[in-house]
Design a binder for this molecule. Structure first.
Ligand code: AMP
Ligand code: MG
Length: 416
C-alpha cells in the first residue's frame, strides 16, 4: 500500500514495511492443494485451473426477440405479407426457411437456415392465422445473436487465480462446467485471549465483557474464504497460552489471535510464542492498531504454522485484519499483491489533530458525494465499524479540513 509519507515515528514500523514482510513470508507458504467442487458451490473459491470453453456460446445463431424470422429479399418494402411456414420455440431446431415465407420465432430459438433477420412481433401484424404483414424494412442480421459472440470454442473464460464471483460461477456453467478445480481453503485457527472475556449466552461477571472479536474475526475469515478452527477463549496464563498455541498449530496454515500482544504483564503471547515457535513483535505506525505480532508455531512434526497476533481492541483488530491479515490470506491463496481499491473523495468533516501514526478513520459516504466521520473514533467503539462503509487513510500529521480531498478505502474493497 502506498505510504503517503515514508517516515514513521522512531521505533515504529511503517504499515507498508509490515505488509511487505508479511507478504514475503506468505508468498513462501502458498497453498498448493486443490480440490474439485461443484460449480454451484464454488462461490468465493480461488480457481486452480484455467477454465476453457469446449464450445461456442451461444452454440448457434438465435433470436433475441419474439417475432418473425425472414429473408431480407422477401421484405423489400414495409408492408410485405408473408405466409408463416413454421413455428420455432426456444429449444426447437426449425427447418430451412422456405423462400417467400416467415417463421414464427421466439427468444432464444435457433435461427433457421436461410433467414437473415428477425422482425420483432411489435413491428408485425397478424393478417390471419397463416400469414403476417411485416410493417418495417428489417436491417441485415437484426435481433440475431451470433454463434460464439459471447465465447469462441477454445477460449479461456476464467483464468487460474480468479476468485469465483456469482458471475464467474454463471460463466463457468455457461460453458458446461459442472465442477471446477479450486485451491483448498486456507485453514485458520482462531482464539481470543483475556480473562475478562465471556461468551454471549453466558452471564457477565463483574469486570467482564463479551468476546466480540471472536465473532468479528470469524466473519472476516469467512469473507476471506477460510475454514476456521475456533479455539474459543484462552485465559491469561502462560501455560494455557502455550497449550492453546500447540493445539492451534495442528492442521492449520495460520493461527490468528486477538489480545495479549501489548507489553503488559498480563500479555502472555510473547513469552508463549518464544517457547512454542518464534515471534517478531512489531509496533506498526498505524492507528487504530499498533502492536502486531508475527511469527510461527512449531507443529508436532517439526513443520510450522504461521502466526499473527492482533491487538485486543475491537476496532484495532478489525482494521488490522483488513490491512494486514486479509492481504496475507490473499497471498496464501496465490493472489498477487495489490493496492486496495481507493477513491479520492471530499471530506465533509474536520480532523484538526492528526496523529503521528498513519490513521484510518471510520467514515461513511453521504448523499452529497462526500464523507461523514463517525463521531467517536476510539479503538474500542465497535459501533463505528458497523456504521462505516469505509476508512479514510490519513497520512501522519496531516490535518483534514472540510472540503479537502482524502483517500477513501471502501470496506468491501479491502476484503474482496
Ligand atoms: P489487550 O490487547 O489484551 O490488552 O486488550 C485490549 C483491549 O481490548 C482491552 O480493553 C480488552 O478488554 C479488549 N479486548 C481484548 N480481547 C477482546 C475480545 N475478544 N473482544 C472484545 N474486546 C476485547
Ligand atoms: Mg488482554
Amino acid at each position: 500500500m502506498a505510504d503517503p509519507t515514508s517516515s514513521s515515528p522512531p521505533g515504529l514500523l511503517s504499515l507498508d514495511e509490515a505488509l511487505q514482510r508479511l507478504l514475503a513470508v506468505g508468498a513462501q507458504c502458498v497453498i498448493r492443494q486443490t480440490e474439485d467442487v461443484p460449480t454451484l458451490q464454488a462461490w468465493g473459491r480461488v480457481l486452480a485451473e484455467d477454465v476453457r470453453s469446449g464450445l461456442d456460446v451461444p452454440p448457434a445463431d438465435n433470436s433475441s426477440m419474439d417475432g418473425y424470422a425472414v429473408r431480407l429479399a422477401d421484405v423489400p418494402a414495409a408492408g410485405a405479407v408473408l405466409p408463416v411456414s413454421q413455428r420455432i420455440p426456444a429449444g426447437v431446431v426449425g427447418d430451412p426457411l422456405t423462400a417467400g415465407t416467415a417463421a414464427r420465432i421466439f427468444t432464444g430459438a435457433q435461427i433457421p437456415p436461410g433467414a437473415d433477420a428477425v422482425v420483432m412481433q411489435e413491428q408485425c401484424t397478424s393478417v390471419d392465422p397463416q400469414s403476417v404483414r411485416v410493417d418495417v424494412v428489417p436491417a441485415a442480421g437484426q435481433w440475431i445473436r451470433r454463434r460464439g459472440e459471447d465465447i469462441a470454442a477454445g477460449a479461456t473464460v476464467l483464468a487460474r487465480g480468479t476468485v469465483l464471483t456469482a458471475q464467474a460461477m454463471g460463466l463457468a456453467a455457461s460453458v458446461g462446467r459442472a465442477t471446477v478445480q479450486v485451491l483448498r481453503r486456507p485453514r485458520v485457527a482462531l482464539f481470543s485471549t483475556g480473562d475478562e472475556l465471556a461468551m454471549p449466552g453466558e452471564p457477565l461477571k463483574p469486570g467482564g465483557i463479551y468476546n466480540s472479536n471472536r465473532f468479528t474475526l470469524t466473519g472476516l475469515l469467512q469473507a476471506s474464504g477460510c475454514e476456521v478452527k475456533d479455539l474459543g477463549i484462552v485465559p491469561d496464563r502462560l501455560e494455557a497460552t502455550r497449550q492453546a498455541l500447540r493445539a492451534a498449530a495442528e492442521g492449520v496454515d495460520l493461527i490468528l489471535t486477538s489480545g495479549g500482544v501489548s507489553v503488559g504483564e498480563e500479555d502472555h503471547l510473547k513469552p508463549a510464542m518464544r517457547l512454542e515457535g518464534r515471534l517478531d513483535l512489531w509496533q506498526v505506525a498505524m492507528k487504530p492498531g499498533k502492536p502486531l505480532a508475527f511469527g510461527a508455531v512449531r507443529r508436532g512434526d517439526g513443520s510450522e504454522a504461521l502466526f499473527v497476533g492482533m491487538p485486543g481492541n475491537p476496532v484495532s483488530s478489525f482494521v488490522t485484519y483488513l490491512l494486514t491479515v486479509a492481504p496475507l490470506l490473499r497471498a496464501l491463496q496465490g493472489q498477487p499483491a495489490r493496492e486496495p481499491t481507493a477513491y479520492a473523495l471530499r471530506a465533509d468533516f474536520d480532523w484538526p489533530r492528526p496523529d503521528r501514526r498513519r490513521e484510518f478513520l471510520r467514515v461513511r459516504l453521504n448523499g452529497q458525494g462526500g464523507l461523514d466521520l463517525f463521531p467517536n473514533q476510539s479503538s474500542g467503539v465497535l459501533t463505528s465499524t458497523v456504521w462505516a462503509d469505509g476508512l479514510v487513510d490519513v497520512p501522519p500529521l496531516q490535518p483534514i479540513a472540510r472540503g479537502d480531498m482524502v483517500r477513501f478505502l471502501p470496506l468491501n474493497g479491502l476484503l474482496g
